[in-house]
Design a protein around this ligand. Sequence first.
Ligand code: SF4
Length: 337
Amino acid sequence: MEKALFYTSDGKNVRCFLCPHNCLVEEGDYGVCNMRKNIEGELYTVNYGIASAVNLDPVEKKPMYHFYPGSKILSVGSIGCNLRCKYCQNYTIAQGKFEDFSDYTEGISPEVIAEEAEKLKDRGNIGVAYTYNEPVIWYEFMYDISKTIKARGMKNIMVSNGFINPEPLEKLLETIDAFSIDLKGFTDEFYKKITGSRLEPVKRTLEIIAASDRHLEVEYLVIPGHNDDKKEFSQMLEWYEKSLGKDVPLHINRYFPMYKMKEPATPMKTLTELYEMAREKLDYVYLGNVESELGRDTLCPGCGEIIIKRTGYFSELLGSEEGVCKKCGRKIRGEGL
Ligand code: SF4
């Protein structure tokens, strides 16, 4: 447990402004995330140093398709989340009170993670990814690890729901090299009903990252009857192209029933239609959680040449050199291409 960043105190109650819930936390209580606690008028991050999972994964698994394809990344996660998604894929580590996670009590230091990342370099590791549960509510530990990783010349990837306030986000831009951010839907109603949060702060996060020099990829999980309306999706694409840029990669992912959501899996027909709509506007669109060749490889937006060929999580960089298409010379978005 460590003292938290981003809060104010009147000596008794504290106001946390790490994420847009901006919780007012009374003495002895936790915020909505259940991971930040008011102890005697000070806010503490109780999951500091607690890791629920540490794995060496292909970078494609994050998913990150335009960032050092074919490399590996040491992926670490903790416990808790600031959202309440009804379809949470990682609810066993993300949803619940701090006391529910008594299996995860052993603390580790940023240096231990950094040492491990360094040791794994010879197995293709490029750095550390903060993933599995929501890294925003592991902020202080993630930031401390990311500083160490950056100092060692390695890379940091954050996989997040994007529900974070601008000030803490701006600070992360100092150390995080690449962001994979969920855009869970495109109406506030969806965000409130299905995730327990709001759309506008997530749009703001995406806009801030897109305007920075950091790499960004966006995830859109399609849930039948909830966020698959074509008119809404088209409005999302218009905003995306204008506010983020047509060359920011978009991953359209298939949903499967999970946790509290029982709707059947997304039909392939829906995914194909939304994919075709997105392809008309954006340069790089992918389909995830499907066994299909559609939306699998990276093609040059200029000449259609295959830049990166993928089989499962295995990637082969074929068509670019120094970030440009070998055939037509078009710049391909990303790093390590
Ligand atoms: S990080 Fe947690 S305590 Fe802070 S505002 Fe968000 S939900 Fe509330």
